[in-house]
Design a protein around this ligand. Structure first.
Ligand code: NDP
Length: 479
């Protein structure tokens, strides 16, 4: 059993003031694998004090100094990437390909942010005014368990690029991943206080960060319900918030879609990260004229998926993160049948022979109406709803009939038609004919999928406050 009993404050691994211990279960075996000591409000105060003390000097650093820090952080994370992958597979249950991609993305987020900084203009003009984009102060970063390294690294990289210092609260379900990532970041040898990491529960550590008067902004990824709580709490001190929340993303297949491309894309889109992804394409919106053919193809593809131990090279779907998540997905699968949808494949219960871990059967429902709970609520497991339409207008209406607006997918052999439909989908990102990775593209949602954007220029600007100076003279600047 691993015991995780340190948090990271002011450049040092320290024993938390909090004493509550949480046991962590291996999702593949259902057996205890670690315990973590949780921090409390006192730990948050110490972490914020360290970040606040480090802020004045750090906020005045040059682009070059920040880029050097980001480079060192990249190198330190990349140097232990295989270990990071192993810990993620074991603790989280992510498949090997997903964890490898996740670690690489986490390390690369420092490089992408450096690349962005290189050409980013912190000083602009508006009419006769000089506009300086200033860092906000200490930033609070609150992250979930479904891609812990990536969330921490990309948010921290952006905060540091902006000139802010940070206090991070990861999910305690990712405590072992946090431990090794913190060791990497510590090895980058940056000034104490620039980042601080406090393990702890959402309602103590998360709430203390939300309420803290010395925190100027919160960047949060997680559920819409918690995002709303954070936004409500943050307004008290007028904190800026970036909220990356849930999704129920539509995947629109137009009549002329190339099914050889669209079906594998649809299956990957709802089973990506074992279905525990905010951007998952969980509503497949298909032409009634091709319904039978599409259903058959989806069933064949889903039945061929390999559910298994995440450390096995061939596994495509691993266990869900914990018992609560497993129970939640089971509840939704049962609810789908109760609501009158028809199971095409999958269903409740563990896949045969996998009763010990938190495994679920990849599940597809047909005869789904868009007003059913399985079509409206984020399930966060490998569960797909197939919904039929008769016209392009109806397809768009169904796609947009959701409280979410994070991501959307569209497939058509006719690029102009795909573009036209994509333009009408209300989502922060639209993928046309495939899955893409563009780290500099803005990421975030319309409607209840969140507030603000991450990544690239839009993401960096969300960590900056414009200050306009009128009557400023550049000829009187100090050298
Ligand atoms: P949460 O939104 O509850 O957790 C995300 C993070 O917020 C965690 O670090 C959590 O801490 C913290 N948190 C919880 N309550 C508060 C609070 N009051 N103030 C500040 N921080 C808080 O996600 P869950 O892990 O509970 O997952 C539940 C559902 O949320 C999933 O089934 C899925 O639908 C959705 N979700 C969406 C994600 C996304 O990427 N958009 C990611 C994860 C979940 P703690 O771990 O202690 O609760």
């Amino acid at each position: 059993m691993q015991n995780i009993h340190h948090i990271y404050i002011n450049g040092q691994f320290v024993t938390p003031h909090g004493t509550q211990v949480q046991e962590l279960i291996n999702p593949t075996t259902g057996q205890p694998r670690a315990s973590v000591v949780l921090g409390d409000e006192t730990d948050v105060h110490a972490a914020v004090a360290a970040a606040k003390a480090a802020y004045p000097a750090y906020s005045r650093t040059s682009k070059q100094e920040r880029m050097a820090i980001l480079q060192r952080m990249h190198d330190a994370v990349a140097a232990r990437s295989e270990e990071l992958v192993q810990v993620m597979v074991e603790e989280y249950g992510g498949t090997l390909p997903f964890c490898r991609a996740s670690v690489q993305r986490a390390a690369n987020s420092f490089l992408h942010t450096m690349q962005l900084l290189e050409t980013f203009d912190f000083v602009r003009t508006a009419g006769s005014a000089r506009v300086v984009l200033e860092p906000l102060g200490v930033v609070g970063i609150i992250t979930p368990w479904n891609s812990s390294y990536g969330f921490i690294c990309s948010k921290l990289a952006t905060a540091l690029a902006a000139g802010s210092t940070a206090v991070i609260k990861p999910s305690e379900l990712s405590a072992a991943q946090t431990q090794i990532l913190t060791e990497c970041l510590h090895a980058a040898q940056i000034a104490p206080g620039l980042f601080n990491i406090v393990n702890g529960s959402g309602d103590t550590v998360g709430a203390a960060i939300t309420a803290h008067r010395d925190i100027a902004k919160i960047s949060f990824t997680g559920s819409t319900a918690v995002g709303k709580q954070i936004a409500r709490g943050a307004v008290e001190t007028m904190k800026r918030v970036t909220l990356e929340l849930g999704g129920k993303s539509p995947n629109v297949l137009l009549e002329d879609a190339d099914l050889d491309l669209a079906i594998p894309t649809a299956v990957a889109a709802f089973t990506f990260n074992s279905g525990q992804a905010c951007l998952a394409g969980t509503r497949l919106i298909v032409p009634a004229s091709r319904l039978d053919e599409i259903q058959q193809r989806i069933k064949v593809a889903v039945d061929a998926l390999i559910v298994g131990a995440p450390a096995d090279a061939g596994t495509q779907i691993g266990p869900l993160v914990n018992a609560a998540q497993h129970a939640r997905v089971q509840r939704y699968i049962a609810l789908g049948t109760q609501e009158g949808a028809t199971l095409l494949t999958g269903g409740t219960g563990h896949p045969p022979g996998m009763e010990n871990g938190y495994f679920v059967k990849p599940t597809v429902f047909v005869n789904v109406r868009n007003d059913m709970a399985i079509a409206q609520e984020e399930i966060f497991g490998p569960v797909l709803s197939i919904i039929a339409y008769d016209s392009e207008e109806e397809a768009i209406a169904i796609a947009n009939d959701t409280r979410y607006g994070l991501q959307a997918y569209v497939s058509s052999r006719d690029q102009a038609r795909a573009n036209r439909v994509a333009a009408q989908l209300v989502a922060g990102r639209v993928f046309i004919n495939g899955l893409y990775d563009e780290p500099l593209a803005p990421f975030g949602g319309f409607k209840q999928s969140g507030i603000g954007r991450e990544f690239g220029t839009y993401g960096l600007e969300a960590y900056l406050e414009p200050k306009a100076m009128m009557g400023y003279s550049t000829s009187h600047e100090s050298p």
